[in-house]
Structure formats: structure tokens, C-alpha cells
Design a protein. Sequence first.
Length: 344
Amino acid sequence: MPEKQDDCVRVCVRCRPLNDTEVKQGCVMCVKVDEVRGSIEVNIPNSQHGEPPKKFTFDMVFGPNSKQVDLYNQAARPIVDFVLEGYNGTIFAYGQTGTGKTFTMEGVRAVPELRGIIPNSFAHIFGKIAKAEGDTRFLVRVSYLEIYNEEVRDLLHKDQNQRLERPDVGVYVKDLSRFAVNNAGDMDRIMTLGNKNRSVGATNMNMHSSRSHAIFSVTVECRFKRDKLKLPATGQRLKEATKINLSLSTLANVISSLVDGKSTHIPYRNSKLTRLLQDSLGGNSKTAMIANIGPADYNFDESISSLRYANRARISKTKLKLMKILKMLYSDNSRKKLKNLEAT
């Protein structure tokens, strides 16, 4: 039984530790993470008036010492299990350049304890398949694309100049390369191939920053039933940043509309990213949003921006749940009044 939409969007935040450069520069941590309460406090640097810290609460939070396996088991494993039951799932990470999105999603794939969400999902999927009973047959296929400056590119196609779009139909992924895989190793090799074709450029925060949105898709077919899990792993740099921010803004609007429940129009068509994720965000699907933030005081503005972005979905969920609780209480009171009336 699919869950209610407000239960299908889980908002998570992960804060990385100070990196070597920040330690050498004497940066101070301004972020405090309480994993038990699911809360984050951000102290305002150089506050002249003793201003209180900014406080946020989310479904799950992960501090600087959080382990990859714990993040996977708590935030991602339920989504993958849901997909293997025949539904759609999306796990995506976002945040400022250099906050640990790639480490969260990919990690160090050659080191088991440092593997990120995507390689851990490979082992999870094939582990489930190995335990399948009877004559059940599975076909697992993968594809990998990026959205660079609002253009869709097939990362597994030899001709990187090919665009999967047509002016008459917009986003066009009919001929997107898809490869059948037999094990987690096959998946890993295909992902490595696609990563070599990604659009990468240096920024002030990261010498090897990915300048695009990437979507690694896994399709699991069992007895003609299709389940999709989409994992997005994030002058010229200004143009790239503008396009990236446009997609993220639209994604926030889509998620807010979905969990609010009142919107008659969901703005999927406002960006390529949301159009491609439409099937995995709406309907019988589960989504995990993972906001990555940096802990250093000089990143205060960017960290607050990312937390507010994540908070939009959380607030919408809270409002919807509150309305449901009030409706239930009203119904219960109405029944009591009716019983009292019948008794008189």
C-alpha cells in the first residue's frame, strides 16, 4: 500500500567536518548537529548583539562524524526497498560546492566503509535479487545522464555532442543508452565510464566541481513490473551556476507543491531536471532530500541558504500533517457529540 505523499518525502541534512584547508586557515565551526533530536543550530559569526543561533529541525540529520553505512541505512535503504517492491524512488543530494555531495552519493567506491549511497545501493539491489525465491527472474538495466546548462546529455554515449532534445517535444530521452547489468561490479564500471564524460570545472571552492546535475537510473524489471530508482548525484561558471540554481529552485517548488496537497498545477515543466524526475517524484513514490552543508563560519550564508531550501519541504509536510490531525480531532469530537445527542 503506497504511503501518503507527505510521508513519502523525507528531508535530511548532513554536515561535513572541517577540511584540511579550513583547519589551516583557523576557521571556526558554526554548525551544531543533534542527531537524536534531528536538529541543527547555526551560530551567527561575529555577532555584535548576542543574536541567538538559527535553529532548524528535519526528519534526519547527520553530523561531521557520521558514517557512510549509517547514512545509507537510515536515509537510503528504505527508498531502495520501496523500489524493489514495485514503486518509484528518488534520492538526491544538493548543497554548495565543496560540501560533500559527491562523497555522500559516491564516496570512495574501492573502500567498503567509505562507499556512498549509489554503490551501496548496487550491493543492496543484487543482494535482494540473490535472495529471491522460486523462479523469479530479474532484469536490471542502468542509464546515466547529465543536465548541463539545461541541455540533456547521455553520459554513456560515444558522441558527447548528441543532445537528447528536440524543439518540437522538449526533453527527449527515447534513445538514452541503457545497459543490462549482472552484478554490482558491472554497475560500478558503467558509472566510472559515465563519470569520465561529466562536465567538470574548477571553482573557488572545488578544483574538480561537477557543473551539472547527474541522474544515474536503475531499472529493475521483475515479471514485467518496472521499478525505477533515480539518484542524482551537482563568464561560463556564472552561466552554469545560474542554470543549476534554476533547476534547484524549480525542484523546491515541485516538492513544496507535492507535499502541500492543495496545488492543482505541479511545475514539472519549468526545468529539465524536474521533467526527468516527474515519474519518480509524483504518484506512488518516495523521495529522500539530502542537504549537504559545510561547518565553517565563512560558509554561514551558504549553509543557511541550503537549510532554508530544505526547510521549505519540511514546513509543507508539517502543515499537511497538522491539518490531518485537526481533521481527525474534529471528526472524533463530532462523533462524541452525536452519541451524546442520541443518548438524550
